[in-house]
Design a protein around this ligand. Structure first.
Ligand code: HAM
Length: 419
Protein backbone atom coordinates (compact mmCIF):
# COMPACT_ATOMS: atom_id res chain seq x y z
CA UNK A 1 0.00 0.00 0.00
CA UNK A 2 1.31 3.41 -0.91
CA UNK A 3 2.02 5.80 1.95
CA UNK A 4 -0.06 8.36 0.09
CA UNK A 5 -3.23 6.30 0.15
CA UNK A 6 -6.17 7.71 2.15
CA UNK A 7 -7.85 5.13 4.43
CA UNK A 8 -10.40 2.81 2.82
CA UNK A 9 -13.80 4.38 2.34
CA UNK A 10 -12.43 7.91 2.46
CA UNK A 11 -11.27 10.34 -0.17
CA UNK A 12 -9.71 13.77 -0.29
CA UNK A 13 -11.42 16.85 -1.57
CA UNK A 14 -9.01 18.48 -3.95
CA UNK A 15 -9.26 21.57 -6.10
CA UNK A 16 -11.00 22.19 -8.41
CA UNK A 17 -13.72 19.65 -7.38
CA UNK A 18 -13.52 20.83 -3.77
CA UNK A 19 -14.99 24.18 -4.87
CA UNK A 20 -18.17 22.33 -5.81
CA UNK A 21 -18.36 20.87 -2.29
CA UNK A 22 -18.10 24.32 -0.76
CA UNK A 23 -20.77 25.61 -3.13
CA UNK A 24 -23.07 22.70 -2.22
CA UNK A 25 -22.63 23.33 1.50
CA UNK A 26 -23.36 26.99 0.88
CA UNK A 27 -26.44 26.23 -1.24
CA UNK A 28 -27.88 23.89 1.39
CA UNK A 29 -27.25 26.22 4.29
CA UNK A 30 -28.40 29.42 2.57
CA UNK A 31 -32.17 28.69 2.85
CA UNK A 32 -31.67 27.73 6.52
CA UNK A 33 -29.79 30.92 7.40
CA UNK A 34 -32.61 32.73 5.65
CA UNK A 35 -35.26 31.02 7.79
CA UNK A 36 -34.20 31.64 11.36
CA UNK A 37 -31.73 28.79 11.85
CA UNK A 38 -28.60 29.62 13.89
CA UNK A 39 -25.26 27.91 13.37
CA UNK A 40 -24.13 25.20 15.78
CA UNK A 41 -20.92 23.22 15.91
CA UNK A 42 -20.37 20.24 18.17
CA UNK A 43 -17.34 17.99 18.71
CA UNK A 44 -16.45 15.29 16.21
CA UNK A 45 -16.78 12.68 18.98
CA UNK A 46 -19.18 12.12 21.85
CA UNK A 47 -19.65 9.62 24.66
CA UNK A 48 -20.71 6.33 23.08
CA UNK A 49 -23.78 6.27 25.28
CA UNK A 50 -25.28 9.30 23.55
CA UNK A 51 -25.57 7.38 20.30
CA UNK A 52 -26.45 3.99 21.75
CA UNK A 53 -29.32 5.60 23.67
CA UNK A 54 -30.25 8.13 21.03
CA UNK A 55 -29.80 6.48 17.66
CA UNK A 56 -30.63 3.04 19.07
CA UNK A 57 -28.84 -0.17 20.03
CA UNK A 58 -30.71 -2.12 17.34
CA UNK A 59 -29.65 0.05 14.43
CA UNK A 60 -26.84 -0.87 12.05
CA UNK A 61 -25.39 2.56 12.71
CA UNK A 62 -24.80 1.79 16.39
CA UNK A 63 -24.35 -1.98 16.36
CA UNK A 64 -22.06 -2.29 13.33
CA UNK A 65 -20.91 1.03 12.01
CA UNK A 66 -19.75 3.13 14.91
CA UNK A 67 -16.07 4.02 15.31
CA UNK A 68 -15.59 3.61 19.04
CA UNK A 69 -12.48 4.10 21.11
CA UNK A 70 -11.38 4.00 24.69
CA UNK A 71 -9.23 6.97 25.64
CA UNK A 72 -6.10 6.67 27.76
CA UNK A 73 -8.24 8.06 30.57
CA UNK A 74 -10.80 5.28 30.13
CA UNK A 75 -13.60 7.28 28.47
CA UNK A 76 -15.68 5.40 25.92
CA UNK A 77 -16.07 7.66 22.93
CA UNK A 78 -17.45 7.35 19.41
CA UNK A 79 -16.75 9.37 16.30
CA UNK A 80 -20.13 10.87 15.52
CA UNK A 81 -22.09 8.75 13.04
CA UNK A 82 -24.78 11.45 12.70
CA UNK A 83 -25.58 14.92 13.99
CA UNK A 84 -29.02 14.92 15.58
CA UNK A 85 -28.15 13.35 18.95
CA UNK A 86 -25.12 15.66 19.31
CA UNK A 87 -27.07 18.79 18.45
CA UNK A 88 -29.82 17.93 20.92
CA UNK A 89 -27.23 17.10 23.59
CA UNK A 90 -25.52 20.45 23.02
CA UNK A 91 -28.81 22.38 23.06
CA UNK A 92 -29.73 20.76 26.38
CA UNK A 93 -26.28 21.35 27.86
CA UNK A 94 -26.34 24.98 26.71
CA UNK A 95 -29.90 25.39 28.02
CA UNK A 96 -30.96 26.79 24.65
CA UNK A 97 -34.45 25.45 25.26
CA UNK A 98 -34.76 27.64 28.36
CA UNK A 99 -33.12 30.82 27.11
CA UNK A 100 -35.36 31.93 24.32
CA UNK A 101 -38.57 30.91 22.66
CA UNK A 102 -39.19 27.49 21.21
CA UNK A 103 -38.44 26.03 18.78
CA UNK A 104 -34.69 26.41 18.89
CA UNK A 105 -33.72 26.29 15.22
CA UNK A 106 -30.16 25.21 14.45
CA UNK A 107 -28.13 24.26 11.40
CA UNK A 108 -24.78 22.52 11.12
CA UNK A 109 -22.25 21.30 8.63
CA UNK A 110 -19.55 18.76 9.21
CA UNK A 111 -17.92 15.35 8.96
CA UNK A 112 -19.55 12.10 10.05
CA UNK A 113 -18.12 8.60 10.36
CA UNK A 114 -19.66 5.20 9.74
CA UNK A 115 -17.79 1.94 9.34
CA UNK A 116 -19.79 0.87 6.29
CA UNK A 117 -19.03 -1.34 3.34
CA UNK A 118 -17.43 1.25 1.10
CA UNK A 119 -18.77 1.80 -2.40
CA UNK A 120 -19.63 4.72 -4.65
CA UNK A 121 -21.78 7.10 -2.64
CA UNK A 122 -21.20 5.24 0.60
CA UNK A 123 -18.15 6.32 2.51
CA UNK A 124 -16.68 5.86 5.96
CA UNK A 125 -16.11 9.56 6.25
CA UNK A 126 -18.78 11.77 4.71
CA UNK A 127 -20.18 15.19 5.04
CA UNK A 128 -23.66 16.46 5.93
CA UNK A 129 -25.39 19.78 6.23
CA UNK A 130 -28.26 19.46 8.67
CA UNK A 131 -31.02 21.34 10.41
CA UNK A 132 -32.82 20.67 13.67
CA UNK A 133 -35.87 22.51 15.03
CA UNK A 134 -36.07 21.64 18.71
CA UNK A 135 -38.97 21.93 21.13
CA UNK A 136 -42.12 22.43 19.10
CA UNK A 137 -44.82 20.15 17.81
CA UNK A 138 -46.19 21.97 14.80
CA UNK A 139 -46.84 20.52 11.36
CA UNK A 140 -45.69 23.82 9.85
CA UNK A 141 -42.21 23.10 11.18
CA UNK A 142 -42.07 19.69 9.50
CA UNK A 143 -43.35 21.29 6.31
CA UNK A 144 -40.84 24.15 6.56
CA UNK A 145 -37.92 21.74 6.66
CA UNK A 146 -39.15 19.69 3.70
CA UNK A 147 -39.73 22.87 1.70
CA UNK A 148 -36.28 24.26 2.57
CA UNK A 149 -34.52 21.07 1.48
CA UNK A 150 -36.45 21.17 -1.78
CA UNK A 151 -35.43 24.80 -2.22
CA UNK A 152 -31.78 23.93 -1.55
CA UNK A 153 -31.70 21.14 -4.14
CA UNK A 154 -33.52 23.28 -6.69
CA UNK A 155 -31.15 26.21 -6.17
CA UNK A 156 -28.37 23.83 -7.24
CA UNK A 157 -30.28 23.03 -10.41
CA UNK A 158 -31.17 19.46 -9.37
CA UNK A 159 -34.38 18.12 -10.87
CA UNK A 160 -34.26 14.31 -10.77
CA UNK A 161 -34.89 13.92 -7.07
CA UNK A 162 -38.02 12.75 -5.32
CA UNK A 163 -39.34 13.32 -1.83
CA UNK A 164 -40.71 10.28 0.00
CA UNK A 165 -42.98 10.97 2.95
CA UNK A 166 -44.39 8.79 5.70
CA UNK A 167 -45.65 8.88 9.27
CA UNK A 168 -44.32 6.41 11.83
CA UNK A 169 -46.97 7.16 14.44
CA UNK A 170 -46.31 8.09 18.05
CA UNK A 171 -46.04 6.45 21.45
CA UNK A 172 -49.80 5.85 21.48
CA UNK A 173 -50.31 4.08 18.20
CA UNK A 174 -46.93 2.68 17.23
CA UNK A 175 -46.77 0.08 20.04
CA UNK A 176 -50.15 -1.31 18.95
CA UNK A 177 -48.92 -1.57 15.38
CA UNK A 178 -45.63 -3.02 16.52
CA UNK A 179 -47.41 -5.84 18.27
CA UNK A 180 -49.59 -6.59 15.26
CA UNK A 181 -46.55 -6.58 12.98
CA UNK A 182 -44.58 -8.78 15.37
CA UNK A 183 -47.41 -11.30 15.44
CA UNK A 184 -47.38 -11.33 11.63
CA UNK A 185 -43.59 -11.66 11.42
CA UNK A 186 -43.74 -14.52 13.92
CA UNK A 187 -45.51 -16.58 11.25
CA UNK A 188 -42.79 -15.96 8.67
CA UNK A 189 -39.79 -18.10 7.83
CA UNK A 190 -36.88 -15.81 8.73
CA UNK A 191 -33.18 -16.24 9.41
CA UNK A 192 -31.80 -15.77 12.90
CA UNK A 193 -30.61 -12.21 12.38
CA UNK A 194 -33.95 -11.09 11.04
CA UNK A 195 -35.84 -12.84 13.84
CA UNK A 196 -33.72 -10.87 16.29
CA UNK A 197 -34.37 -7.69 14.38
CA UNK A 198 -38.10 -8.44 14.40
CA UNK A 199 -37.93 -8.60 18.18
CA UNK A 200 -36.02 -5.37 18.67
CA UNK A 201 -37.36 -3.21 15.86
CA UNK A 202 -39.89 -5.05 13.68
CA UNK A 203 -40.48 -2.01 11.45
CA UNK A 204 -36.97 -2.41 10.08
CA UNK A 205 -37.94 -5.77 8.64
CA UNK A 206 -40.35 -3.99 6.27
CA UNK A 207 -37.30 -2.29 4.85
CA UNK A 208 -35.53 -5.59 4.07
CA UNK A 209 -34.31 -5.46 0.50
CA UNK A 210 -34.31 -9.25 -0.08
CA UNK A 211 -36.95 -10.63 -2.45
CA UNK A 212 -37.68 -13.71 -0.37
CA UNK A 213 -38.45 -11.50 2.63
CA UNK A 214 -40.52 -9.02 0.63
CA UNK A 215 -42.60 -11.90 -0.80
CA UNK A 216 -43.51 -13.07 2.67
CA UNK A 217 -44.39 -9.54 3.69
CA UNK A 218 -47.36 -9.37 1.34
CA UNK A 219 -50.41 -8.84 3.50
CA UNK A 220 -48.43 -7.59 6.49
CA UNK A 221 -50.30 -5.06 8.62
CA UNK A 222 -49.48 -1.52 7.51
CA UNK A 223 -48.82 1.31 9.93
CA UNK A 224 -51.12 3.60 8.00
CA UNK A 225 -54.08 1.54 9.18
CA UNK A 226 -53.00 1.85 12.81
CA UNK A 227 -52.22 5.58 13.05
CA UNK A 228 -54.18 7.25 15.86
CA UNK A 229 -56.41 10.20 15.04
CA UNK A 230 -53.89 12.73 16.34
CA UNK A 231 -51.11 11.30 14.16
CA UNK A 232 -53.38 11.10 11.15
CA UNK A 233 -54.50 14.72 11.54
CA UNK A 234 -50.90 15.85 12.08
CA UNK A 235 -49.73 14.04 8.98
CA UNK A 236 -52.54 15.41 6.85
CA UNK A 237 -51.59 18.92 7.86
CA UNK A 238 -47.93 18.38 6.97
CA UNK A 239 -49.00 17.03 3.59
CA UNK A 240 -51.35 19.95 2.98
CA UNK A 241 -48.73 22.58 3.85
CA UNK A 242 -46.06 20.99 1.67
CA UNK A 243 -48.53 20.65 -1.19
CA UNK A 244 -49.63 24.28 -0.83
CA UNK A 245 -45.99 25.31 -1.26
CA UNK A 246 -45.98 23.56 -4.62
CA UNK A 247 -43.55 20.90 -3.44
CA UNK A 248 -44.31 17.48 -4.88
CA UNK A 249 -43.83 14.37 -2.75
CA UNK A 250 -44.73 10.69 -2.80
CA UNK A 251 -46.42 8.89 0.07
CA UNK A 252 -44.23 5.94 0.95
CA UNK A 253 -45.73 3.82 3.70
CA UNK A 254 -42.67 1.58 3.71
CA UNK A 255 -40.24 4.37 4.52
CA UNK A 256 -38.77 3.43 7.90
CA UNK A 257 -35.31 5.08 8.06
CA UNK A 258 -32.26 3.63 9.77
CA UNK A 259 -32.40 5.44 13.10
CA UNK A 260 -34.66 4.54 16.03
CA UNK A 261 -35.59 8.00 17.26
CA UNK A 262 -38.22 8.87 14.70
CA UNK A 263 -41.87 9.48 15.49
CA UNK A 264 -44.61 10.69 13.14
CA UNK A 265 -43.20 12.52 10.10
CA UNK A 266 -40.32 10.85 8.27
CA UNK A 267 -39.03 11.72 4.84
CA UNK A 268 -36.21 10.93 2.50
CA UNK A 269 -34.86 12.66 -0.58
CA UNK A 270 -33.82 10.19 -3.24
CA UNK A 271 -32.04 10.86 -6.49
CA UNK A 272 -32.69 8.59 -9.43
CA UNK A 273 -29.22 8.88 -10.97
CA UNK A 274 -27.25 7.39 -8.10
CA UNK A 275 -27.85 3.64 -8.22
CA UNK A 276 -28.17 1.84 -4.91
CA UNK A 277 -27.03 4.73 -2.69
CA UNK A 278 -29.90 6.88 -3.84
CA UNK A 279 -30.76 8.71 -0.60
CA UNK A 280 -29.29 12.18 -0.84
CA UNK A 281 -30.91 13.28 2.40
CA UNK A 282 -33.34 12.30 5.07
CA UNK A 283 -34.98 13.29 8.28
CA UNK A 284 -38.07 13.44 10.35
CA UNK A 285 -39.64 14.12 13.70
CA UNK A 286 -38.08 12.77 16.89
CA UNK A 287 -40.43 13.72 19.70
CA UNK A 288 -38.97 11.26 22.20
CA UNK A 289 -35.23 11.67 21.66
CA UNK A 290 -34.69 14.28 24.34
CA UNK A 291 -36.20 12.02 26.99
CA UNK A 292 -34.25 9.05 25.62
CA UNK A 293 -31.00 10.87 26.38
CA UNK A 294 -32.18 12.08 29.79
CA UNK A 295 -33.67 15.49 28.94
CA UNK A 296 -37.15 16.99 29.26
CA UNK A 297 -39.86 16.40 26.67
CA UNK A 298 -38.83 18.39 23.58
CA UNK A 299 -40.66 17.37 20.42
CA UNK A 300 -38.38 18.14 17.48
CA UNK A 301 -37.86 17.66 13.78
CA UNK A 302 -34.88 17.88 11.45
CA UNK A 303 -32.99 16.60 8.46
CA UNK A 304 -29.50 16.05 7.16
CA UNK A 305 -28.52 16.22 3.51
CA UNK A 306 -25.44 14.35 2.36
CA UNK A 307 -22.96 16.65 0.68
CA UNK A 308 -21.02 13.84 -1.04
CA UNK A 309 -24.13 12.36 -2.60
CA UNK A 310 -25.48 15.77 -3.57
CA UNK A 311 -22.26 16.37 -5.51
CA UNK A 312 -22.67 12.93 -7.16
CA UNK A 313 -26.26 13.88 -8.03
CA UNK A 314 -25.03 17.08 -9.70
CA UNK A 315 -22.54 15.03 -11.71
CA UNK A 316 -25.26 12.52 -12.62
CA UNK A 317 -27.43 15.33 -13.97
CA UNK A 318 -24.48 16.90 -15.75
CA UNK A 319 -24.84 20.12 -13.78
CA UNK A 320 -21.78 22.32 -13.55
CA UNK A 321 -22.16 24.97 -10.91
CA UNK A 322 -21.26 28.44 -11.98
CA UNK A 323 -18.31 28.89 -9.68
CA UNK A 324 -16.52 32.17 -10.31
CA UNK A 325 -12.75 31.92 -10.78
CA UNK A 326 -11.01 32.24 -7.44
CA UNK A 327 -8.55 34.80 -8.78
CA UNK A 328 -9.46 38.04 -10.59
CA UNK A 329 -6.02 39.54 -11.07
CA UNK A 330 -2.72 37.71 -11.46
CA UNK A 331 0.52 39.63 -11.27
CA UNK A 332 3.55 38.86 -13.44
CA UNK A 333 6.70 40.73 -12.44
CA UNK A 334 9.62 41.18 -14.80
CA UNK A 335 13.13 42.28 -13.93
CA UNK A 336 13.19 43.99 -10.55
CA UNK A 337 9.46 44.79 -10.44
CA UNK A 338 8.52 42.05 -7.97
CA UNK A 339 8.50 44.12 -4.75
CA UNK A 340 6.28 46.82 -6.29
CA UNK A 341 3.88 44.28 -7.82
CA UNK A 342 3.79 42.32 -4.57
CA UNK A 343 2.77 45.59 -2.88
CA UNK A 344 0.05 46.17 -5.46
CA UNK A 345 -1.27 42.64 -5.00
CA UNK A 346 -1.46 43.25 -1.26
CA UNK A 347 -3.31 46.50 -1.92
CA UNK A 348 -5.76 44.77 -4.27
CA UNK A 349 -6.41 42.02 -1.74
CA UNK A 350 -7.06 44.55 1.00
CA UNK A 351 -9.52 46.27 -1.34
CA UNK A 352 -11.36 42.99 -1.71
CA UNK A 353 -10.07 42.03 -5.16
CA UNK A 354 -9.01 38.39 -5.44
CA UNK A 355 -5.37 38.65 -6.51
CA UNK A 356 -2.39 36.37 -6.78
CA UNK A 357 1.18 36.64 -8.06
CA UNK A 358 3.70 34.34 -9.67
CA UNK A 359 6.20 32.89 -7.21
CA UNK A 360 9.53 31.20 -7.57
CA UNK A 361 11.41 33.63 -9.82
CA UNK A 362 9.93 32.45 -13.12
CA UNK A 363 10.52 34.20 -16.42
CA UNK A 364 7.75 35.85 -18.46
CA UNK A 365 6.65 32.62 -20.14
CA UNK A 366 6.39 30.59 -16.97
CA UNK A 367 4.71 33.39 -15.07
CA UNK A 368 2.13 33.93 -17.85
CA UNK A 369 1.38 30.21 -17.70
CA UNK A 370 0.62 30.64 -14.00
CA UNK A 371 -1.64 33.56 -14.86
CA UNK A 372 -3.53 31.42 -17.38
CA UNK A 373 -3.86 28.52 -15.00
CA UNK A 374 -5.25 30.79 -12.28
CA UNK A 375 -8.25 31.64 -14.45
CA UNK A 376 -7.75 35.33 -13.65
CA UNK A 377 -9.67 37.88 -15.69
CA UNK A 378 -6.66 40.22 -15.78
CA UNK A 379 -2.91 39.84 -15.72
CA UNK A 380 -0.91 42.62 -14.16
CA UNK A 381 2.39 42.77 -15.99
CA UNK A 382 5.24 45.18 -15.26
CA UNK A 383 8.98 45.46 -15.74
CA UNK A 384 11.44 48.09 -14.63
CA UNK A 385 10.68 50.40 -17.57
CA UNK A 386 6.92 50.40 -16.79
CA UNK A 387 7.61 51.30 -13.20
CA UNK A 388 9.95 54.12 -14.21
CA UNK A 389 7.02 55.51 -16.18
CA UNK A 390 4.75 55.04 -13.16
CA UNK A 391 2.50 52.46 -14.83
CA UNK A 392 1.67 48.75 -14.92
CA UNK A 393 0.23 46.88 -17.90
CA UNK A 394 -3.25 45.52 -17.32
CA UNK A 395 -3.88 42.67 -19.72
CA UNK A 396 -7.40 41.45 -20.36
CA UNK A 397 -6.96 37.68 -20.49
CA UNK A 398 -10.08 37.22 -22.61
CA UNK A 399 -9.47 39.80 -25.34
CA UNK A 400 -5.70 39.92 -25.02
CA UNK A 401 -5.95 43.71 -24.95
CA UNK A 402 -3.30 45.41 -22.84
CA UNK A 403 -3.53 48.92 -21.37
CA UNK A 404 -1.12 50.89 -19.19
CA UNK A 405 -2.62 52.03 -15.90
CA UNK A 406 -1.06 54.55 -13.54
CA UNK A 407 0.08 52.90 -10.30
CA UNK A 408 -2.06 55.21 -8.21
CA UNK A 409 -5.20 54.38 -10.21
CA UNK A 410 -4.76 50.64 -10.29
CA UNK A 411 -7.16 49.57 -7.54
CA UNK A 412 -9.97 51.83 -8.75
CA UNK A 413 -9.45 50.85 -12.38
CA UNK A 414 -9.48 47.13 -11.62
CA UNK A 415 -12.56 47.43 -9.46
CA UNK A 416 -14.38 49.38 -12.14
CA UNK A 417 -13.49 46.82 -14.78
CA UNK A 418 -14.58 43.90 -12.60
CA UNK A 419 -17.86 45.50 -11.58
P1 HAM B 1 -29.23 9.59 7.54
O1 HAM B 1 -30.35 9.21 6.63
O2 HAM B 1 -28.54 8.50 8.26
O3 HAM B 1 -29.89 10.58 8.59
O4 HAM B 1 -28.16 10.45 6.77
C1 HAM B 1 -28.53 11.58 6.02
C2 HAM B 1 -27.78 11.61 4.71
O5 HAM B 1 -26.39 11.53 4.93
C3 HAM B 1 -28.08 10.44 3.79
O6 HAM B 1 -29.26 10.65 3.07
C4 HAM B 1 -26.86 10.45 2.88
O7 HAM B 1 -26.99 11.41 1.86
C5 HAM B 1 -25.77 10.89 3.84
N1 HAM B 1 -25.02 9.71 4.27
C6 HAM B 1 -25.31 8.87 5.30
N2 HAM B 1 -24.38 7.89 5.37
C7 HAM B 1 -23.50 8.10 4.38
C8 HAM B 1 -22.31 7.44 3.92
N3 HAM B 1 -21.84 6.36 4.54
N4 HAM B 1 -21.66 7.95 2.85
C9 HAM B 1 -22.11 9.05 2.23
N5 HAM B 1 -23.21 9.73 2.61
C10 HAM B 1 -23.90 9.27 3.67
C11 HAM B 1 -29.23 11.17 9.61
O8 HAM B 1 -28.03 11.16 9.73
C12 HAM B 1 -30.14 11.92 10.56
N6 HAM B 1 -29.31 12.51 11.64
C13 HAM B 1 -30.94 12.98 9.83
C14 HAM B 1 -31.83 13.76 10.72
C15 HAM B 1 -31.62 15.00 11.20
N7 HAM B 1 -32.98 13.34 11.24
C16 HAM B 1 -33.48 14.28 12.01
N8 HAM B 1 -32.66 15.30 12.01
Amino acid sequence: MSTFQAPKGTYDLLPPRSATFLAVREAISAPLKNSGYGYIETPGFENVELFSRGVGESTDIVSKEMYTLTTKGGDELALRPEGTASVLRAALQGNLHKLGGLPVKLWYSGSYYRYERAQKGRYRHFSQVGAEAIGAEDPALDAELIILADQAYRSLGLRNFRILLNSLGDKECRPVYREALQAFLGGMDLDEDTVRRAEINPLRVLDDKRDEVQKQLVGAPMLRDYLCDACKAYHEEVRALVTAAGVVFEDDEKLVRGLDYYTRTTFEFVHDGLGSQSAVGGGGRYDGLSEMIGGPALPSVGWALGVDRTVLALEAEGIELDIPSATSVFAVALGGAKPVLFGLVTELRRAGVAADISYGGKGLKGAMKDANRSGARFALVAGDRDLEEGVVQLKDMESGEQTPVALADLVDTVRAKLA
